[in-house]
Design a protein around this ligand. Structure first.
Ligand code: 376
Length: 835
């Protein structure tokens, strides 16, 4: 009977698969299966890359199971969700983190030993996912790690750049950029999801029409469309079975070939059109300050905003139909700086033009769901887009922005009648010259929350940059001090220190970093200090060994020297120059025989300059030239070394931060929004020398003034001194500083390259130097003297190191994300079974 056969036919069901085993035996067998069957290699292919891929697949399959379980848990709960919209996710490598979070590290070690493979080598063969510039992008990566660990239903949305952050080569002391084709050998961690492809409109014009209900609606027509194809990467929580999603969009042409043009014989044109579309996500912009106005950059921003919002709305409609009455209760968008802030207008467009809501209902949803984080006080980094460009590229969005601004201006005028100056200052549209859209103002007007990333930064946002707005809406403004994930930045990158810590206080600190405070009493324990010191010395040796190989260093470095480290983007406000001035001062002391009680020091500086940033590139050249002179001078020997670390990136920091004694956080007060490198160093037991800037203020508060080397003008003093700043007078009055400047000036570091450092000298000596480097010189030198005295006393230094680590609990992104969740997102954690 055919009918009864059909009834008994089993339904397609793969959900009941047993979970993959987590022991050595299962791992070995899966590794072999992946290597030979999925990758099609045999034992004659002695290729590290395939061994890495086989292991990564073995780990990924175990993530996939938990990924599905997490998806189902969220779906069953129908919980509120948050979305982290960011142009950058600086993820680095995935393998070590995935193993740690699955609790697989030990078993994998045994497995690879059995297979005759070196895990370290496989780990090193994974390229960094360098989809970000620096602080802002790495913060996004730490955030989604903490969201998964805290079991929060948060999805990251970003772009899948074909080329990530450029690789930095140093040639003759100069930075040379090399494209980073990180996807060349494929990417095991991503899964393409073509079924969730979205269409993105560009260009065209708008028309009004009357819909079937008699309402006036707007159609955006005559557009050139581009497809956005999502690629999902798993984001595992720490040993809790939660695996969240990072969804990255790749731009793609709408049709493989434009047949019309193809038939007309214009083959090249039609293929070129395909390239134009795919160009949109080809490359990450490498400027971590401004380079305003680039058309391709606006296309990137809009593609991210539109694809992500369409994806989220489609998901909503799939579950709730066209009923948006509870949408705002169930969804929240966090904008990572203004880069995705076109989302404010795009959500309006989708709700009105696609789903037929009215203006007021749509605006109410926008204002209840959008939250904006600012990451910089530098005025030149504030994004603006020309109105003309927007009208051409995104005509419907520009109409919406005009209307948002008109409504907003009425509100301002009602609040401050007749205050036209204030209206001009606050308008989303900047008048005078070419009209511009001020994206930060659009973000503030459209959001219910605006936050800075450290207490000082948030205060300055309220007092200066966004003063008018905070007077109008004081309740919107809040602070969320940054953090870093302790899984990657302590447990994974410094396993020796991590296990020493766990031996004393247990391993609860991995998910509750405030427990590190339990270490503080051990600072008084001489035996413990000895072990702590030994672990740190070994980390310094590891760093040296690694760098020696990579850099081909032809001189010896003393591991007992102070490892004095500054790694971050090269920017004038971060004042790598001040660091170099100090190094030259030490060199002068050595050369003049002022070396009584000398404390050997090895200064390590690393970071990339934006390719178009002239002064930053000069600073790199200066560091390298000074290093050449000092490192080859026999009078200097191991008293002083200066090393530039090329191609600074996430995986480099994982090796650098365990081996640092001294963390340089020396920006001009009021310029560094927060800093996060400062937190990684502190967590690993480095002591900070720093100004009262960004999160340094809070680091010092946590660890106490006696365990922090403070120097420099405060933000108020900087502002006050700016009025009458006279660096020449300061140089003339300070013999040591004068000697340093004279030595650069006389060409000692550029014997065969006349004049190349003139611009650096001019900027230091200019009364208009915004970074006021010279003003902080003396105070910096004095603080470095205090560092040396403290370092000479190993017991005292080790105590400070332990206390820094013990006090770093606040700077976990678990704390940061808990704050975001309590004050802004208000999500309920969802436990995933099997965790
Ligand atoms: C940009 C980054 C990429 C592309 C364009 C940009 C335009 C303006 C500003 C950018 N970047 C930042 O503002 C940035 O990276 N800020 C850093 O954010 C970190 C995380 O909050 C802070 O710790 C740093 O202090 C801050 O400089």
């Amino acid at each position: 009977m055919p009918g009864s056969f059909e009834k008994s036919k089993p339904k397609f069901n793969i959900a009941s698969l047993p979970r993959l085993g987590m022991n050595e035996k299962d791992l070995i067998s899966d590794f072999k299966h992946n290597y030979s069957h999925r990758l099609g290699r045999d034992e004659h292919c002695n290729c590290l890359h395939y061994a890495y891929e086989a292991l990564a697949l073995t780990v990924r399959d175990r993530l996939s199971e938990r990924w599905k379980a997490t998806y189902n848990a969220y779906k069953d709960k129908g919980c509120k969700r948050a979305y982290y919209l960011s142009m950058e996710f600086l993820m680095g490598r995935s393998l070590t983190n995935a193993m740690l979070n699955l609790g697989l590290t030990d078993e994998v070690h045994k497995t690879l030993y059995e297979l005759g493979l070196d895990l370290e080598e496989l780990i090193e063969s994974e390229p960094d996912a360098g989809l970000g510039n620096g602080g802002l992008g790495r913060l996004a990566a730490c955030f989604i790690d903490s969201c998964a660990t805290l079991q929060l239903p948060v999805t990251g949305y970003g772009l899948r750049y074909e080329y990530g952050m450029f690789n930095q080569l140093i040639m003759d002391g100069d930075q040379v950029e090399e494209p980073d084709h990180w996807l060349r050998n494929g990417n095991i961690w991503e899964i393409e999801r073509p079924e969730y492809t979205q269409t993105i409109k560009f260009g065209g014009h708008t028309e009004t029409y009357i819909d079937e209900k008699g309402h006036e609606r707007v159609a955006w027509v005559g557009t050139q469309d581009v497809l956005a194809v999502p690629y999902d990467t798993p984001v595992p929580g720490f040993q809790n079975s939660t695996v969240n999603i990072l969804r990255l969009w790749k731009a793609s042409a709408t049709e493989e070939f434009n047949l019309g043009e193809f038939n007309a014989g214009d083959y090249a044109e039609s293929v070129a059109a395909k390239n134009t579309a795919e160009n949109i996500t080809m490359v990450l912009y490498p400027n971590d300050a401004n380079e305003n106005g680039k058309e391709l950059r606006l296309q990137q921003q809009y593609l991210l905003a539109s694809a992500s919002l369409q994806d989220i709305l489609e998901h909503w409609v799939g579950r709730h139909g066209q009923d948006f009455s509870r949408f705002a209760e169930k969804n929240c968008f966090q904008l990572n700086d203004t880069h995705p802030s076109i989302s404010v207008a795009e959500l309006m467009r989708l709700l009105m033009d696609v789903y037929g809501l009215g203006w007021d209902d749509s605006w109410a949803i926008v204002q209840k769901t959008m939250a904006y984080t600012n990451h910089t006080l530098l005025p030149e980094a504030l994004e603006k887009w020309s109105v003309g460009l927007m009208q051409r590229m995104l005509p419907r969005l520009m109409e919406i922005i005009f209307k948002i601004n008109a409504d907003f201006m009425s509100q301002v005028s009602a609040h401050w009648p007749g205050d036209f100056a204030r209206m001009g200052r606050m308008s989303i549209i900047e008048e005078g010259g070419e009209k511009q859209v001020r994206m930060a103002f659009l973000a503030i007007v459209g959001s219910f929350s605006v936050n800075g990333v450290a207490e000082l930064h948030s205060k300055l946002l309220r007092q200066d940059l966004f003063k008018d707005f905070s007077e109008l809406w004081p309740e919107k403004f809040n602070n969320k001090t940054n953090g870093v994930t302790p899984r990657r930045w302590l447990a994974a990158c410094n396993p020796e220190l991590a296990s020493l810590i766990s031996e004393k206080i247990g391993d609860g600190w991995i998910t509750d970093l405030s427990q590190l405070q339990k270490l503080a009493p051990y600072a008084e324990d001489a035996k413990f200090r000895k072990r702590w010191h030994a672990v740190q010395q070994q980390a310094k040796q590891n760093l040296l060994d690694y760098k020696k190989e990579e850099l081909g260093l032809d001189f010896e470095v003393n591991v007992d020297a102070i490892f004095d480290v500054q790694v971050k983007r090269i920017h004038e406000y971060k004042r790598q120059l001040l660091n170099v001035l100090h190094v030259i001062h030490l060199y002068n002391r050595i050369k003049s025989g002022d070396t009584a009680n000398w404390v050997p020091r090895c200064v390590l500086i690393g970071g990339k300059a934006a390719p178009g940033y002239y002064m930053a590139k000069k600073i790199i050249k200066l560091i390298n030239n000074v290093a050449d002179v000092i490192n080859s001078d026999p009078d200097v020997g191991d008293k002083l070394k200066l090393i530039f670390l090329p191609n600074y990136r996430v995986s480099a920091m994982e090796k650098i931060c365990p081996g640092a004694d001294l963390s340089e956080q020396i920006s001009t007060a009021g310029k560094e929004a927060s800093g996060t490198g400062n937190m990684k160093f502190m967590m690993n037991g480095a002591v900070t020398i720093g100004t009262l800037d960004g999160a340094n203020v809070e680091i010092r508060e946590e660890v106490g003034d006696e365990n922090f080397f403070l120097f420099g003008l405060t933000e108020e003093e900087v502002t006050e001194m700016r009025e009458h700043y006279n660096p020449m007078a300061i140089i003339d009055a300070d013999e040591d500083l004068k000697k340093v400047i004279d030595l650069i000036n006389c060409g000692h570091f550029n014997r065969f390259e006349a004049g190349i450092f003139d611009d650096i000298i001019h900027s230091l000596a200019s009364p208009d130097d915004p970074w006021m480097t010279v003003a902080d010189f003396r105070s910096f030198i004095d603080a470095q003297r205090r560092v040396e005295i403290a370092y000479q006393d190993t017991e005292r230094w080790t105590k400070m190191s332990i206390l820094n680590c013990a006090a770093s609990g606040k700077f976990s992104t678990d704390r940061t994300i808990t704050d975001y969740n309590n004050d802004i997102w208000k999500l309920t954690p969802v436990a995933v079974k099997g965790g």
